[in-house]
Design a protein around this ligand. Structure first.
Ligand code: SAM
Length: 279
């Protein structure tokens, strides 16, 4: 019988964030596939575990992936971990999951720490709809092309970024989206020097022009404001819709009345109020 692949999220900074279930699976798996075994040993020491490990990372996944798959096909269970966060999110875990899916090896994901959800939830920007963009291309031309393609994106956008590329990315964001676009620069999340700066893109660019970026970053960027929303007093219209709902008016009627009162588009107001209430 085939074994199984467990995707085991690990802390993105604070060791206390390892879950009880994640620790149990690490203890029970036949072996652990790790991005950097030296990093994972520290976590295992913290948990008081000693386990056989196999290296699985960006530079060896072409050969290590099929080898790990072969072990699972022979009946072993493997716990996949990366240096931090949820395996398969912006790391080569994605390829191992695809191999398992194609070969019929079961995969079970354990929920846990992930930098993108931590950053989005703390950003203060709209969370009802968002798009995760991962890392932007290294090459400037390709990076600009990617950002140009996002110029009209109305949803909140989440980017992972390395410190040595942050300044160039903030420059490009300001040029493409304009300096007034809101951004939450989330640095060293869950760590001692955690910092969340809620700024405009232009302010963030100026801040890091004067100060060298250090640590790990997630950028959460506000989507393009809809022209429909800027016509009237959008926030007041939303609040009024919610107040009318609390008074017992159906959502459609509440949005219609608030749209009339505050001079915003009825359908756009209805859609956003519906998304907020999860309807
Ligand atoms: N799989 C991971 C996850 O679930 O978030 C992401 C792996 S990706 C190779 C690493 C990137 O995640 C970093 O470059 C940074 O953008 C982001 N990241 C990871 N830990 C972070 C932290 N503590 N604070 C801010 N960003 C972090």
């Amino acid at each position: 019988m085939a074994g199984k692949l467990y995707l085991v999220p690990t802390p993105i900074g604070n060791l206390g964030d390892i879950s009880r279930r994640a620790a149990e699976i690490l203890a029970q798996a036949d072996f652990i596939a790790a991005e950097d075994t030296r990093v994972t040993v520290k976590l295992l020491n913290h948990l008081g575990l000693r386990k056989p490990m196999a290296a699985y990372h960006r530079h060896n996944c072409g050969t290590a992936g099929p080898a790990i798959l072969g072990r699972m096909e022979a009946g072993e269970t493997c716990a996949l971990v990366t240096d931090a966060g949820t395996p398969a999110i912006s790391d080569p875990g994605e390829e191992l999951v695809a191999l398992c899916a194609a070969s019929g090896v079961p995969v079970e994901a354990v929920p846990g720490p992930c930098a993108l959800t931590v950053a989005l939830s703390v950003s203060g920007l709209p969370t009802a709809r968002f798009t995760f963009e991962g890392f932007l291309p290294l090459n400037k031309k390709n990076r600009r092309a990617r950002l140009d393609a996002l110029a009209d994106e109305g949803r909140t956008m989440i980017f992972y970024e390395a410190p040595h590329k942050l300044r160039a990315t903030l420059d490009d964001l300001a040029d493409t989206f304009g300096p007034d676009r809101p951004v939450a620069v989330c640095r060293e999340l869950t760590k001692l020097h955690e910092e969340v700066l809620r700024l405009t893109v232009g302010e963030a660019r100026d801040h890091y022009a004067a100060q060298e970026p250090r640590g790990e970053f997630v950028l959460v960027v506000g989507g393009r404001p809809s022209p429909e929303k800027t016509e009237g007093d959008w926030d007041a219209a939303l609040e009024r819709t919610e107040a009318l709902r609390r008074e017992g008016l159906p959502l459609k009627a509440a949005a219609a009345r608030a749209a009339e009162e505050y001079g915003v588009k009825k359908r756009a107001l209805y859609n956003e109020a519906a998304a907020r209430t999860g309807k």
